[in-house]
Design a protein around this ligand. Structure first.
Ligand code: PEP
Ligand code: MG
Length: 861
């Protein structure tokens, strides 16, 4: 059940007739960022002496009418104008602060007193550069001077485009009139949080994303504390634990719908596994909001305890990490200049994280990608940016304001009783540090460590981890726990790690020999020779096997009965083509061309792309083929300069080839570059996310048109089979496409309807699920029937447990991660085709992915 505060049935973007409507919405007269009136650095406005309202930090230069009405005042300096709406509201718009002193310079009015205007009509043009340089601030205030007519002000927040609704008002007489009409403010009934660990970062991020879909302001309330439901940090700061009671309050045109969807989402655990309606014993519910249990301490002076963060054992020597302290000066330029600096730094940080995310995605690592996605959310958190901006408005430099804000937020998070939330402090410091380095121009220190380093630190950030020195073979941190992002990263990197380690680890001298047991969360100091020997023995065997495989890397992958498999590489940039050859790749089965498009502010030119593709082809030489996949963005791979409107389900929306059809100029430019590069090498092209036959024909048609214009020879053209539909009608596709490459990462996601980046679903999102294998078999059979070939370029191509099954299903090519190539080739040489075919048959008849995995284990070392 919901209850409402009354207003009109209409709270559209225009002011409405008072006789019939109780609610009025004002639209933004300028584009820019909305700032709450209390934050305006001028007491006349901040203390609402003129009236209540809202402020905009503008990015446009023409002030528009926020509602229908009559111009009742235009200041002689033309920096302020008042419109009287049909309801009698007097809406004053004041461009900038202290702009009266400009005496009209930089302002050009379009209206005069007595004019009638409609919403969106231009009122005053102003020269933003001139005003910014010559007045105190460009902040433009929109204030209802007769605020007594208004019972309720509901300002919006965030960025607006001129014409968007920015302020909802409930008129005083209407408010007193009835509490039974449809309303602009809707409050949910109390909701009990079912999430086992409360609203930590991941469910909070889900809630934020849902709230962003609505125009209404949505707030989350626990006890007497209330925060914006669009602020991940705000939500985490509420420390909502399992079994806690919360309420949602929405104000705006779509408040009702917002409350309905968000309440339901909260009630059902925001998609989190294990979020069952409250049946947990009281002790569990209490535990969430109690201090975490005391960390284990060892009685043995030579053993330090912690918790397991990533399994595996390493023998090495301790080295300490020193965190970099960046000094900032308290004051800087004008607030406008400093705000712009901060905006630019935030923008650049977002692009960097986008690139990191793309990079880990390229490595087929959805868990890591999800971590950087959470970092992007933190950068967009209005609570954080508002705090920093407010400090800037008080005269602080951008760097000082930002450092102060993010360290305070991280501090707050780290003190939360809920351990899971407290661990997110590291993420806050990580993102914060990234922005601060951009603001100050201080480069991140690149440190290299001696071989066999076991890194010891108070804490490590995900960014530290993403650029970790190869000599680091394990790490132990004092902070963090099994659920920290760093732990997830360590597992993804396959290096042993422990977290929550006893603090005395920080006092150990550099170079001290230790054994780190990541599985047990145990650090053995000064181990005996025997102990070290045992661990080393196993490691030597692994190394010897690697060397054996490397020695035969250039030999073909022939099964014992002479069946040839082509083992090629997945690459993300031209330089990796060289590395692929060094590891014995017989070509490139997938070049993810996204790399050319990432980390830049505009799409790459045809010449730039031609150069990059040609470079990769040349590095491979004429005997190895290079399969370039056309741009595959959208879904979890956003591009800032190709904005895709908000989508309910981005993975089911405009991604892959669909972007190419929506922006044909981008696809055609890329196709021309690929065709031009094909003159220099053995290049093939394939299209991502093909679901319908028409899509292939359209894409192929564009390729053919460009080819004819360029007058070059045709090139083999294939499709990625990564949508189940393509596998199901593979027979039809095999008649027109030259080859198939199965993208098992997406094929698994779409077959099982499980987000490939979902950290909780990751264990079940297994490409060895019999349903996925069956589809791969269908694609391979269809290709073979029509004299074409089918390869695999998704993650399971590098999975030794999958290799014999894929061979048995009729796949001819495996495109692997570069380091896996020598061992996959060696493995193929140990298998026979009939044995693989038998395994494949068993696999597609198995009941579960676990059953499939139990069918075969790669040979022991
Ligand atoms: C896949 O989906 O398996 C694939 C190889 O493409 P990407 O991982 O780049 O989406
Ligand atoms: Mg894919």
């Amino acid at each position: 059940m919901t209850y409402t505060i009354p207003s009109a049935q209409n709270s559209s973007a225009q002011s409405t007739d008072a006789a019939t409507h109780a609610a009025v919405s004002l639209v933004a007269p300028l584009s820019g960022r909305l700032v709450s009136i209390e934050r305006v650095p001028d007491p006349v406005f901040a203390e609402k002496m003129v009236g209540d309202g809202i402020s905009i930090d503008p990015t446009s230069q023409t002030l528009l009418a926020p509602c229908n009405g009559e111009v009742i005042q235009l200041h002689p300096s033309c920096h302020a104008v008042t419109i009287k709406s049909a309801e009698g509201l007097e809406v004053l718009m004041h461009i900038g602060l202290d702009t009266v002193t400009l005496r009209g310079q930089g302002f050009k009015p379009h209206v005069k007193v007595g004019d009638r205007v409609r919403t969106g009509d231009p009122l005053i043009d102003f020269d933003a550069d001139y005003v910014a340089l010559n007045a105190r601030s460009l902040l433009t205030q929109i204030v209802i001077t007769n605020s007594d007519l208004v019972a309720q002000f509901s300002p919006y927040s965030g960025n607006v485009t001129a014409g968007d609704v920015m302020l909802d008002l409930v008129l005083a007489d209407a408010a007193s009139e009835a509490t039974v009409q449809a309303g602009a403010t809707v409050t949910s009934e109390p909701i009990i949080i079912p999430n086992p660990t409360g609203l930590h970062a991941r469910p909070a991020a889900v809630l934020v994303n849902l709230a962003k879909k609505y125009q209404s302001t949505v707030r989350l309330k626990r006890g007497d504390k209330e925060v914006s439901a669009r602020s991940i940090v705000g939500i985490m700061g509420l420390e909502v634990g399992h079994g806690d009671k919360v309420q949602l309050i929405a104000t705006g045109a779509d408040a009702e719908a917002a409350i309905a969807e968000l309440s339901e989402a909260l009630r059902s655990g925001l998609g989190e596994e294990g979020a069952k309606p409250i049946a947990a014993p009281a002790s569990v519910a209490q535990a969430d909001n109690q201090a975490p249990p005391p960390r284990p301490r060892s009685e043995d002076p030579n053993v330090l305890l912690g918790v397991s963060a990533s399994p595996g054992v390493a023998v090495g020597n301790i080295h300490h990490v020193q965190q970099q302290e960046i000094a900032v000066t308290e004051t800087g330029g004008t607030p406008n200049e400093e705000r712009r600096k901060l905006e630019q730094a935030l923008g650049q940080a977002k692009r960097e994280i986008e690139a990191l995310r793309a990079n880990v995605h390229k490595q087929g690592d959805p868990k890591k990608a999800a971590i950087f996605a959470a970092h992007q959310e933190l950068l967009e958190d209005p609570e954080i940016t508002d705090m920093a901006t407010s400090a800037i408005d008080k005269g602080r430099s951008a760097a000082f304001a930002w450092k102060q804000t993010y360290t305070a937020q991280a501090e707050t998070l780290s003190k939360l009783k809920n351990a899971l939330l407290a661990e997110r402090a590291t993420d806050m410091r990580d993102v914060g540090g990234r922005v601060l380095r951009i603001l100050t121009g201080v480069q991140a220190k690149t440190v290299s460590y001696p071989p066999n380093t076991i890194l010891v630190a108070e804490d490590l950030t995900p960014s530290d981890m993403a650029t970790l020195d190869r000599n680091v073979i394990g790490f132990a941190t004092v902070a963090g726990g099994a659920t920290s992002h760093v732990a997830i990263l360590a597992r993804a990197m396959d290096i042993p790690a422990m977290a929550g380690t006893e603090g005395r680890v920080l006092d150990l001298p550099d170079n001290m020999p230790v054994i780190l047991d990541g599985s047990k969360g145990r650090l053995r100091l000064n181990p005996s020779q025997d102990e070290m020997e045992q661990v080393r023995h196993k490691q030597v065997k692994i190394k010897a096997k690697r060397e054996r495989d490397l020695a035969t890397k250039d030999e073909p992958a022939l099964t014992t009965d002479g069946h040839r498999m082509e083992i090629v590489a997945n690459i993300g940039n031209p330089e990796e083509a060289e590395k692929a050859v060094q590891f014995g790749a017989e070509g490139v089965g997938l070049m993810r061309s996204e790399f050319v498009f990432m980390e830049r502010s505009a799409a790459p030119s045809e010449d730039e792309q031609t150069e990059l593709y040609s470079r990769a082809a040349k590095l491979l030489g004429p005997s190895r083929s290079l399969i370039i996949r056309t741009l595959d963005v959208g879904g979890d791979k956003p591009l800032s300069y190709l904005p895709i409107p908000h989508e309910e389900n981005p993975f089911l929306g405009e991604r892959g080839i669909r972007i190419g059809f929506d922006r044909p100029e981008v696809l055609r430019t890329q196709l021309r570059a690929i065709l031009r590069a094909s003159k220099l090498g053995n290049i093939k092209v394939m299209f991502p996310m093909i679901a319908r036959l028409e899509e292939f024909h359209m894409a192929k048609g564009m390729l053919e048109e460009e080819r004819q214009k360029l007058g070059v020879a045709p090139i083999p053209t294939g499709i990625m089979v990564e949508v189940p539909a393509a596998a199901v009608i593979a027979d039809q596709f095999a008649q027109v496409a030259d080859f198939f490459s199965v993208g098992t990462n997406d094929l698994t996601q779409y077959t099982l309807a499980m987000d490939r980046g979902h950290p909780k679903l990751a264990p079940y999102c297994d490409g060895l699920n019999p349903a996925v294998l069956k589809l791969i078999g269908m694609a391979a059979e269809a290709a073979n029937r029509h004299g074409k070939w089918c390869g695999i370029c998704g993650g399971i191509g590098s999975d030794p447990q999958a290799v014999p099954i894929l061979i048995g299903l009729g796949v001819k090519e495996l495109s692997c991660s570069i380091p896996a190539i020598p061992s996959i080739k060696a493995q193929v040489r140990e298998l026979s085709l009939p044995e693989c075919q038998r395994l494949a048959q068993q696999a597609i008849s198995a009941n579960t992915a676990d059953e499939v995995r139990a069918l075969y284990s790669p040979p022991e070392l």
